[in-house]
Design a protein around this ligand. Structure first.
Ligand SMILES: Cc1cc2nc3c(=O)[nH]c(=O)nc-3n(C[C@H](O)[C@H](O)[C@H](O)COP(=O)(O)O)c2cc1C
Length: 338
């Protein structure tokens, strides 16, 4: 019997819970079609960055002021490779092309950290045909005067300013490094955002010991990276007024998809697994999901959504007890009880 995998995310009806998260995989229309054919229920495009928008605005201004000679000079302020892939105008073309040629909802992604005029781009993304906008808030608050309340207030204000630009749904993608993440999630929900994406991955520089230099490298995720998402999904699921929940980070096999759904995710997003195995891997995950549900007698994916939300061991009821038990019960060759 066919299993009903349908779900709702950001008010959109999706055929299944697998959504492609932002990465270079979704930066051209032919691959977007491959992802859709392999079963993606929706696709998030790579982010358009605040800096790219500011850069283009500055370039146009310079061009108008001083003639075309200064245009090349102004382009040098922004990495040319990034400009080539997703400059603002090309980005809007990608949205429009994807809308015309790909048969699943296309979510445009806007990345930034400050509230300013660049968020007007949300309206242009909507006009180009985006089904929704994902606001990717990537900010390391390392300035000495950046206080927690200030960062939170700016995060909410940024989400509100994007919401004010568009009628389509807006999701907010966040990293988890807030002192009280649950409160930030509730503030965003109260501010009217349509969904939360838990979590963005921080790409932190490492040290190359041979060169004594900092290096920026992309590390793809592994299944060990899902635990924080499981925790916060289970704490927030069923408790927000409006916002739906997307799990993101660490999907490697269908097991992570199942676990995220049971912790309360409406959809499960992934990038690393698809960058590793290719777009066709979506089909493997979908078949695995159907087989697992069928083998256990479930007829709809909705039957497992949030199945284990209430019993997460870190919920407030149990947090101290389970923490202490987990640590004190550790056994290994150098940690046996005497
Ligand atoms: C090469 C690469 C590029 C990415 N580019 C973006 C991006 O433009 N915008 C964004 O919001 N996330 C971006 N991400 C983050 C992914 O969308 C995703 O949130 C993160 O990798 C965690 O999911 P995963 O564990 O399935 O990879 C990128 C990830 C990778 C690996």
């Amino acid at each position: 019997m066919a299993i009903d995998l349908s779900t709702r995310y950001l008010g959109l009806d999706l055929k299944n819970p697998l959504v492609v998260s932002a990465s270079p995989l979704s930066s051209d229309v032919s691959r977007l079609r491959m992802l859709a054919e392999a079963g993606a229920a929706a696709i998030v495009l790579p982010s358009l960055f605040e800096e790219q928008i500011r850069h283009e605005a500055a370039s146009v201004e310079r061009l108008a002021e001083a003639g075309s000679d200064s245009f090349a000079e102004s382009l040098s302020y922004f990495p040319s490779s990034a400009e080539a892939v997703t400059g603002p105008r090309r980005y809007l073309d990608l949205v429009a092309n994807a809308r015309a040629k790909v048969d699943v909802p296309i979510i445009a992604s806007l990345n930034g950290s400050s509230v300013a005029g660049w968020v007007d781009y949300a309206g242009l993304m909507e006009a180009a045909g985006a089904s929704a906008i994902e606001l990717n808030i990537y900010r390391i608050a390392s300035a000495s005067d950046a206080t927690g309340p200030h960062v939170e207030a700016e995060t909410v204000a940024l989400a509100q300013s994007v919401k004010a630009q568009v009628k389509i749904p807006v999701a907010v993608k966040l990293h988890p490094h807030f002192s009280a993440f649950g409160d930030v999630a509730r503030q965003l929900d109260a501010a009217g955002v349509d969904g939360l994406v838990l979590f963005n991955k921080l790409f932190q520089p490492d040290i190359d010991l041979s060169k004594l230099k900092w290096v920026n490298e992309v590390d793809l995720s592994s299944s060990a990276d899902i635990r924080l998402g499981l925790l916060w999904l289970s704490q927030l699921s069923g408790k927000l007024k409006k916002a739906s929940l997307a799990a993101n980070t660490g999907v490697d096999t269908v097991d992570e998809v199942l676990k995220y759904l049971m912790a309360g995710a409406d959809v499960v997003m992934m990038a690393s697994a698809l960058l590793r195995h290719g777009p066709g891997y979506l089909q493997t995950l979908l078949l695995g999901l159907e087989d697992w549900l069928d083998a256990r007698g479930f007829k709809r994916v909705s039957e497992i959504r949030g199945l284990l939300t209430a019993t997460h061991p870190d919920s407030e009821r149990n947090e101290r007890k389970d923490y202490i038990e987990t640590l004190t019960q550790y056994r290994g060759p150098y940690a046996r009880s005497a």
